[in-house]
Design a protein around this ligand. Sequence first.
Ligand code: C5P
Length: 210
Amino acid sequence: MIIAVDGPAASGKGTIARALAARYALPHLDTGLLYRAVGYNLLQTGGDPESEFSALRACDIAQIDFADPELKSEAVGSVASRISAYPAVRRALLERQQRFAAMPGGAVLDGRDIGTVIAPGAEVKLFVTAAPEVRARRRFEELGRLGLNVHYDDVLLDIRARDARDSERAAAPLRQAPDAHLLDTSALGIEEATARAVAIVEAARSGASA
Ligand code: C5P
């Protein structure tokens, strides 16, 4: 079973994807980390985020350390959001993601274009979203817990800018697949959001076997 989980930044899609992977004993890929690894590599090697060619060269990474905390930084996230608009970068990362999705037994992938581009045939598709103010509040609190001194208004501006870049780009924009289930987590805590996601997966499974 392939489960595709898409949605904007801080919508809760990563938490939900991890919970589903644990529940169904499936491998999980946070595809945002691939774009972040490219962004980080670009920064480390002095590349130019404004150049598609430079960004493509930064895709040449032998081994990605998914646990590197640097990948989670706001600076790397911002570069990742820019370079992910380049078609050449998306093409370079496509096969890796499709290979992961094609693992025997299935997989859970989360990102922006899993249900639309990477795994359009996924058995279950979720589009997880929440109001921008709610997502900004979550990100603000998360950064506060990490000891980072940021202003809520700046976080909200960043979330809105990222939403605009992700949904307005020509290459694989953030979009709900027509057959994806919408899960709005604005008024939900983690447990309730996860329970609803599980209910969607269960309904899709029983529908598939009926
Ligand atoms: O999900 P996360 O915030 O870690 O992703 C970082 C950036 O990578 C996003 O802002 C988005 O622009 C890009 N991305 C993408 N397609 C994906 C996953 C992430 O364009 N499947």
